[in-house]
Design a protein around this ligand. Structure first.
Ligand code: ZN
Ligand code: ZN
Length: 369
């Protein structure tokens, strides 16, 4: 039998929830209060769960009891439930598999112990929607799975593995899209590792503008899987180019104030008002004054560091390519490759270098102590 691996996700991670309703959707559940079997939830419409100090208060018609924690344990691999936060009022979300609820001073704590493939499919739907070519869906499931397992220990000291927010990966419940579910099943357990069999940082961004970045040019650490490549696939996509105009005074004031540049020196001024970047650079200036492009991007709120600057009357115009940090997989390029019929392995090997696709069960990954 195929080994099923689960991952513990904290739901509604940074929310303070005092009351939630559990709706049984499919497959049977048994409910445990402090490890004691209470009853089965097969034909119950819903169960109210409320926070009461550090306890969990379970309430149904003719039933009210307090526990330290409550578990909803599925009987089947297709068991699913819906959660509706009542206080505060949030839209209901549907999840697969097991639910554990405890309480601390400010909130109910909800943990979904979910099969990793179902989790990955939910994340992919949230990230890229449901209308993409299947090879692209497969690429995304592998990237999301690699990211999840690479960050497996992030919340270890808090007693779970990943949160459901952008800090880990956004997870708002199960996907009902069959293509995405199939993509997760067809790539089951596949993750990306480097030549030393270490899980890679599966970085991705929206559009590289025609050239990706080396990891050390953005994050200081050089890794073999994240090397700069020339990308011919993303150039006609939505985020391939952009433009931003800002007043010349503001720009000169910025380089003068932040980097101590001589903004009254005409030779210098010419340099910062007219900057060309045919291939990706790291610095706007790298002589007497260091102006890293990544800081200019942050401070000027630009879509990428891959831009040229031109003087235009009282303004300077930033003409840029791409969107995002530019490291690793270029999402719009990968999408274009999939549209043109490239396989997911071709796409992955185009953007990540010196990598191998392996099944995580081959790594003894879960046998940590
Ligand atoms: Zn997190
Ligand atoms: Zn690209």
């Amino acid at each position: 039998m195929e080994q099923q691996q689960s991952i513990s996700i904290r739901l509604f991670n940074s929310y303070s929830i005092s009351s939630i309703n559990f709706f049984h959707v499919s497959g049977d559940y048994t409910i445990y209060g402090d490890s004691v079997r209470l009853f089965d939830a097969d034909d119950l419409s819903f169960i109210s769960v409320l926070k009461s100090g550090d306890s969990v208060f379970l309430r149904m018609p003719n039933y009210e009891r307090k526990f330290r924690f409550v578990r909803f344990v599925p009987h089947t691999s297709f068991s699913s439930f819906k959660l509706k936060s009542v206080h505060p009022d949030y839209k209901a979300r549907t999840y697969d598999d097991e639910l554990l609820i405890s309480a601390q001073s400010k909130t109910l704590q909800l943990f979904n112990k979910v099969n990793i493939e179902k989790y990955v499919a939910g994340v992919v739907q949230w990230e890229v929607g449901t209308n993409n070519p299947q090879e692209f869906n497969k690429v995304k499931t592998i990237v999301c799975r690699t990211y999840a397992l690479g960050n497996w220990r992030r919340h270890e000291f808090e007693g779970f593995q990943l949160c459901d927010e952008v800090h880990c990966q956004v997870f708002k419940g199960k996907t009902f899209n069959q293509n995405i579910r199939d993509a997760a099943i067809e790539t089951t357990e596949y993750i990306l590792v480097d030549d030393s069999a270490r899980i890679i940082t599966a970085a991705f961004h929206s559009n590289c503008g025609g050239q990706t970045m080396n990891s050390e040019d953005v994050w200081s650490k050089s890794v073999s899987s994240l090397r700069s490549i020339n990308d011919t696939f993303c150039m006609r996509k939505a985020n391939a180019s952009w433009e931003k105009k800002i007043p010349k005074d503001l720009w000169l004031d910025y380089v003068g104030t932040k980097y101590g540049c001589p903004v009254r020196d005409s030779t210098f001024v010419k340099k910062v008002l007219n900057f060309d970047q045919p291939n990706r650079q790291i610095y706007l200036l790298n002589d007497n004054y260091f102006i890293p492009l990544k800081f200019v991007r942050e401070d000027m709120k630009l879509k990428s560091t891959f831009f040229t600057i031109k003087e235009d009357g009282e303004n300077v115009v930033f003409c840029g390519k791409g969107f995002g940090h530019g490291v690793g997989l270029c999402q719009e390029g990968a999408l274009r490759m999939a549209e043109k019929g490239y396989s997911y392995t071709k796409i992955i090997n185009y953007y990540y270098t010196h990598i191998h696709l392996i099944r995580f069960s081959q790594m003894d990954f879960f046998k940590t102590d």
